[in-house]
Design a protein around this ligand. Sequence first.
Ligand code: PNW
Length: 490
Amino acid sequence: DPVLSKRSIRKFPKGFKFGASTAAYQIEGGWNEDGKGISIWDVATHMETTPIRDGSNGNIAADSYHLYKKDVEILKELGVDFYRFSVSWTRILPQGFSNYINQAGINYYNNLINELIQNNIVPFLTIYHWDLPQELQKLGGWTNPYIIDVFADYAKILFDHFGDRVKFWITINEPKQICYEGYGSDLKAPLVNMTGIAEYMCAKNVLLAHAKVYRIYDEEYRKKQNGKIGISISCTWYEPASDTIDDHQAALDARQFDWGQYAHPIFSKEGDFPHELKHNVAAKSAEQGYSYSRLPELSASEVAFIRGTSDFFGMNTYTTKMAYRDASVDGMFPVPSYRDDMGSVLVKDPTWPQAQSSWLQEVPWGFHKLLKEVNKLYDNPPVYITENGWSSSGGLLDEDRIQFLRNYLNALLDALDEGCNIKAYTVWSLIDNFEWLNGYTEKFGLYEVEFSSPDRTRTPRKSAFIYKEIIRSRILDPNFEPEKYVEERK
Ligand code: PNW
């Protein structure tokens, strides 16, 4: 195995950046404070029959709305180069629209950004990480093309207020999770659950909204503000379960449905949705009696508008799955559905280390293959790993997270050696937080948060000391042991 054999002390290249990541709804709390409006996650978590595994919500979460200085303190302690956080749309625009700006929301993010800068931490701002204003959901949210202009209005307000100090922007976090999980299933708010239809309508609007915001930044702000702007796409590696032609096609289709759907229109030379997606959805739609493909078309001018609209490839990546295809696929999935359109069966390998999250297994060689594939498909774009991390059930001695972190960074170093243009790595997450439908049952933090305490005390896990040393030394040393934990073991 080319990845694991190189387990020696390795150095990161000059200029490589390290960060940590969070998202507004998952950490802030203050859900109805100081004029904030209601988002689809406020609605989902307050439903009478809760869809959240432990019945919890983000009303207080890690209370970062009040404790942001503590967050900056621990970021400083870790020594990160940058902090990736997201802005709550309804804190700034309570109804979603730009006619009324809530000054308290502007103040909160000004305070956070200024605190970061004072501590030499670069702010990396995600404009949209899933907390859509409920007022816009009433209009259909991301399935209504009206969202494109409304989103652009919101983004301009952020550029106007924060762009003097924020030089790194993510337009949209993880289109697939927004569209497939939110509209094609009930795995995320707004729980629309209309697969085969809604996730594709969403995909087109997300791409156009992203592209519009990129072009506005490029044309109206870049000269003055001199920043970089891109999108974060969640990418799972799909490995053929065997060497048959069918299994290779199953893995390829899975990759193109999962992330090619969003990456190909933006990063490929020819633009547009990938061939596999267009072909499969059109063929299935015709078979099923639809008079047109359930995948909306992108016109030639839309293709051109979307293509090339990202200064870097923002990659959120966690895991790998096996893909196969055989006669058993027939009738396996509902019709119509995204999964039926894809036509691949996706399975876990029980021998891979398993995290607390059911979908998450440690597969460093899959990360390596993913980096190589993105390099090949999209002509070696600059890649920022904008999320990567591991969930546990809790506890401070998180050896499994440390192993994950080291093995994935080792795979990243291999990809760098082989010519991939990877610029930055961001761990998910800085602190334990509200893990969407899984509530507080999965802990992703380098720092533990005591959710039962009104102070929401943040305590470094062992992995925090490991990450801190990696950042300090810019070296991956598999034998490093932090003093505190060496002490504790004696
Ligand atoms: C991300 N996958 O979602 C989100 O951006 C975070 O808000 C979230 O807390 C974190 O990961 C952990 O769940 C993803 O299976 C979840 O490929 C799963 C996948 C991708 C992204």
